[in-house]
Design a protein around this ligand. Structure first.
Ligand code: ZN
Length: 161
């Protein structure tokens, strides 16, 4: 069975930066399982997987525009230190979830602390990076009705969200 929309795909992958540094990889024996065509993968990787089948291996280079986008200055904001009132020993590099006006959570990292102001950066850590994927496709199957309804895969029948 080939990879197409409404199918659930299991892949083993290694993600490296342009300089070869390892960024992320699927755990040994635990492939990433996703629903194809539902926007669950970055576009540049998902499009290259379409039509491939179990056992296929491929290398995919994804430009930032087809990956996590380019970093935006609009996502770097200064907030008063009081906003972190409950946090002791606030330091650059700490990660938090910020909630926007629509109630959606966004991960942010503290970029730096300047006196009473904290600079938070909401850009994805991989924004602006060219991504090098080494992918092996482990399995392709039809999605269940429930998976299609939810818009994501349920690994091994487990409902994990
Ligand atoms: Zn679900």
């Amino acid at each position: 069975m080939n990879i197409a929309d409404k199918r659930v795909v299991s892949i083993h992958y290694t993600l490296t930066a342009a300089d070869g540094e390892l960024i992320d990889r699927s755990a040994e024996g635990e492939p990433l399982v996703y629903l194809h065509g539902a926007g669950n993968l970055i576009p540049g990787l998902e499009s290259e997987l379409t039509g491939k089948g179990a056992g296929d291996a491929l290398k995919v280079v994804v430009a930032p525009e087809q990956g996590y986008g380019m970093p935006s200055d609009d996502l770097v904001q200064r907030v008063p230190r009081e906003a972190f009132g409950g946090v002791e020993d606030l330091q650059a590099g700490m990660r938090f979830e910020a909630t926007d006006q629509q109630g959606n959570a966004h991960p942010v990292v503290i970029q730096e602390i300047e006196g009473d102001e904290v600079v938070v950066n909401g850009n994805h850590p991989l924004a602006g990076h060219t991504l090098h994927f080494d992918v092996t496709i482990a399995e392709v199957r039809e999605a269940t009705a429930e998976e299609l309804e939810h818009g994501h895969a349920h690994a091994d029948g487990q409902h994990h969200h």
